[in-house]
Design a protein around this ligand. Structure first.
Ligand code: GDP
Length: 332
């Protein structure tokens, strides 16, 4: 058993006291790509993962820009704080990985929640690959749980890949939609609906109420045709309004029913175990690839073969064989 570095010990003690500033610094450490930071973050995450606390409810939330995610999180979140919960909100923003820009990073979002005592709102890291951001977020969840946040929301937007990654790090996945015509609904990616344990049709208020009811029916019908994701739970569709607060209590009651079902069947343990396995292999894949990228011989081989593959002179599979063989050749 190794001695913890002083910086790690200080952060760990802060986190165990429920100190939000220590959590923030811990997450910054986990997001860093510096080798010494990564080692410290590994230690900190391992220590936090061993902390005995009641399990937090890890909930993913997705929806296209403008559907009302931040309004919804703010309204639901303030309700949860009034009920005595502590809430952390993390974000995985795929746009930052591609462009350095941000869809979710706007500082004016969720102002009440950001200022509230029982909440911690963390914007998506503005740099890094999607895979790196996702791995950092998984660490951040573990740190937030150890800090005593008993509800952990992970917000994401957009391209299918980020949603799949977030679905792999949460217990429940919620899709936020808005009233839409049948034609518009045709365009909704089926893969995203298949990930959802709960679909909320937001903006069910004022002139949009009727449209929301129609959308709810169409989505419910579409869900009937899909295979349920979990044996213990059939996905639900609810209407709600983040603006007026209509049905938000019902949304939360449904979330709690979902977790009751997970608990009753033992599926919760199985789900987390399977996720841990998945992330271990993602990390292995990532590290092997990073090692290959650092290996001069393999890199030179890859560079010249890439040109051949682009030109169509060498098939991709054969090129991959060569590159991996070159990488492994000087490992033995
Ligand atoms: P996000 O991009 O998904 O985070 O969406 P926002 O929360 O920023 O909301 C986008 C727009 O929809 C804003 O103008 C909100 O005021 C509006 N909006 C959000 N929730 C509701 C709702 O329940 N009803 C109505 N009518 N408008 C809403």
């Amino acid at each position: 058993h190794q001695q913890q570095a002083p910086v790690v010990r200080a952060l760990f003690e802060g986190i165990c006291r429920g100190d939000r500033a220590a959590l923030a610094r811990g997450i910054t450490l986990a997001e860093s790509t510096r080798d010494d930071h990564r080692r410290q973050a590994r230690e900190l995450v391992a220590a936090c993962a061993a902390v005995q606390r009641p399990r937090a409810l890890r909930i993913g939330l997705t929806g296209t820009p403008g559907v009302g995610k931040s309004t919804f999180i703010e309204a639901l979140g303030m309700r949860l704080l009034r009920r005595g919960h502590r809430l952390s909100v993390l974000a995985v923003d795929p746009s930052s990985a591609r462009s350095g820009g941000s869809i979710l990073g706007d500082k004016t979002r969720m102002q009440d929640l950001s200022a509230a005592d029982g909440a911690y709102v963390r914007p998506s890291p503005s740099r890094g690959t999607l895979g790196g951001v996702a791995r950092g977020t998984l660490d951040a969840i573990i740190l937030a749980e150890a800090t005593g946040y008993d509800v952990c929301l992970v917000e994401t937007v957009g391209v299918g890949q980020s949603e799949t990654m977030v679905a792999d790090m949460v217990d429940m996945f919620v899709l936020l939609m808005q009233p839409a015509s049948g034609d518009e609904l045709q365009g909704v990616k089926r893969g995203i609906m298949e990930l959802a344990d709960l679909i909320v049709i937001n903006k069910a208020d004022g002139p949009l109420e009727l449209a929301a009811a129609l959308t709810r029916t169409e989505i419910a019908n579409a869900l009937h045709l899909m295979l349920p994701r979990r044996p213990a739970w059939t996905p639900k569709v609810l209407r709600a309004s983040a603006a007026t607060g209509h049905n938000l209590d019902r949304v939360w009651a449904t979330v709690l029913r979902y977790f009751d079902a997970l608990r009753a069947t033992g599926d919760w343990d199985a789900l987390r175990a399977e996720q841990r396995r998945k992330w271990m292999w993602r990390e292995v894949t990532h590290q092997l690839r990073a090692a290959l990228d650092r290996d001069p011989a393999a890199r030179a081989c890859a560079q010249s073969l890439e040109a051949d593959v682009l030109a169509g002179a060498v098939p991709p599979g054969a090129a991959a064989d060569h590159i991996v063989a070159r990488f492994l050749a000087n490992k033995n």
